[in-house]
Design a protein around this ligand. Structure first.
Ligand code: ADP
Length: 423
């Protein structure tokens, strides 16, 4: 087989390009993936697992010498390592082991590492699917008309997010209905249920999560791999608010600049292994939300937050049709600020109208997740930078958040369905 050379000075690169290790396929592999890179080269990996470690890893590529060197070095570094270690193996590690590559060939290392990750994910998915339908190998081809740059970005983002089992987006038709409150409290409830959870705040105009968790003074730490989330009691938190020097900064950004910031932000966060990522989205159904939902391709579903007034039904309809257009399953609609928890007796009293959210779910045939009453403790807790569910265990509002959390936990076993069921 004749292959073009790399023109590299590094003897390590030359050695791996001329004598690629682990070249070829494995019959009956435990994991397999094939990815076509932005340069048009294809990388394909196979692996065999022995007791949570990669026993054998092989690859083939139709690419140039750099692709061969990167594939070869990636398999060499991966063999004998635990799967979780392999999933955090990055492009930098491959480049370092090879003694570097010129900038224009560095993408070969990313392609190799992404393909390896996908093969591991394929293996892990097959384990989860055992007894169910067989998991399909991942093949991230470049889409028709997709620019090289955006394909490359999509691969990077995919590699960042593929260590997260479930991604839930919390949506609302407009601001001020309690979307961030629900996102924070669901994330903390999932932590309390023993899950590994991340909370991502992509509300560019009003990133309130840092305030709600008392993290306003936190600065994000960058590492070789990217931006590290801030940790609070086990919860990994990342907010655009951490990156804004001045809270008014985002307001003056125009559309394309805003998209660029959101995209960069999503691509750079190093989450590590997570069971759930809860995403607090920008309110409404505008371009920013579309961008976020399209970038995070495999969302498990959306929790829609609304208020009880009938006028809010219009926003719920818009949000549900937005989800349908983008193919995001609607986990359900929660009616927030529905009734009032009396601070004296703890009973829920109806002070305003109620039931608008519930009614609209019936006509839209989406699940109703129940009513979260107004509780002065919620506003108090968020002003003090604490999650409500952590402190007021006996409130009817906490009870409802925990029921919604239970529904999310069921995602581990089944995909959410639609059908107007009242939970
Ligand atoms: P959004 O994210 O939709 O803009 P927030 O979650 O920021 O809304 O909530 C707006 C305000 O309402 C916050 O001060 C929050 O503490 C308060 N709030 C939200 N839900 C409740 C509730 N059920 N009871 C009392 N206060 C609430």
């Amino acid at each position: 087989m004749e292959r073009s050379g790399t023109n590299q000075d590094s003897s390590m690169v030359r050695d791996h390009a001329e004598n690629p290790r682990n070249y070829g396929m494995i019959e009956n592999a435990d994991g397999h993936a094939r990815i076509k890179g932005p340069c048009g080269d294809t990388m394909e990996f196979w692996l065999k697992v022995q007791k949570d470690k990669l026993g054998r890893v092989t690859f083939i590529t139709d690419g140039c010498g750099s692709s061969l060197a990167c594939g070869s070095m990636t398999t060499t570094l991966a063999e004998g390592r635990l799967i979780e270690d392999v999933l955090s193996l990055g492009q930098e590690e491959i480049l370092e082991a090879l003694g570097g590559l010129p900038d224009e060939f560095e993408h070969c290392a990313l392609l190799a590492v992404n393909t390896l990750h996908e093969a591991c994910i394929h293996y892990l998915d097959s384990l989860n699917a055992s007894g169910k339908e067989e998991a399909k190998p991942v093949s991230m081809e470049r889409r028709q008309g997709e620019s090289e740059e955006s394909y490359f970005e999509r691969l990077q983002l995919h590699s960042r997010l593929n260590q997260i089992r479930h991604k839930i987006v919390v949506l609302s038709g407009k601001g001020g209905v309690g979307k961030s409150t629900v996102a924070v409290n669901l994330a903390v409830s999932l932590i309390m249920a023993g899950k590994r959870v991340g909370l991502l705040d992509v509300d560019i105009h009003c990133p309130s999560i840092p305030t709600m968790l008392g993290l306003e003074e936190e600065a994000v730490v960058g590492s070789k791999e990217g931006l590290l989330p801030v940790e609070k009691d086990g919860l990994r938190v990342m907010s655009l608010g951490f990156l804004l020097q001045d809270r008014d900064e985002a307001v003056i950004w125009r559309g394309p600049r805003k998209m660029e910031v959101i995209k960069q932000f999503l691509k750079d966060v190093v989450w590590g292994d997570l069971d759930f990522l809860v995403i607090d989205s920008p309110p409404g159904t505008g371009d920013e939300l579309i961008a976020v939902c399209q970038m995070i391709e495999d969302l498990d579903g959306a929790v829609v937050v609304t208020t009880p007034q009938k006028v809010a039904a219009v926003d719920v309809r818009k949000t549900v049709s937005f989800c349908r257009e983008l193919g995001i399953p609607v986990i359900g609609v929660a009616e927030n600020m529905s009734g009032f928890v009396c601070p004296g007796c703890g009973e829920v009293a109806s002070i305003l109208c109620s039931g608008g959210g519930e009614m609209v779910t019936e006509s839209l045939r989406v699940p109703f997740l129940g009513k979260i009453p107004m509780d002065p403790g919620i506003a108090e807790a968020s002003d003090q930078g604490r999650a409500f569910v952590d402190y007021y265990g006996d409130s009817p509002a906490v009870e409802r958040m925990q029921i919604i959390c239970e529904i999310l936990l069921r995602l581990d076993k089944e995909k959410p369905g639609e059908g107007g069921e009242i939970l």
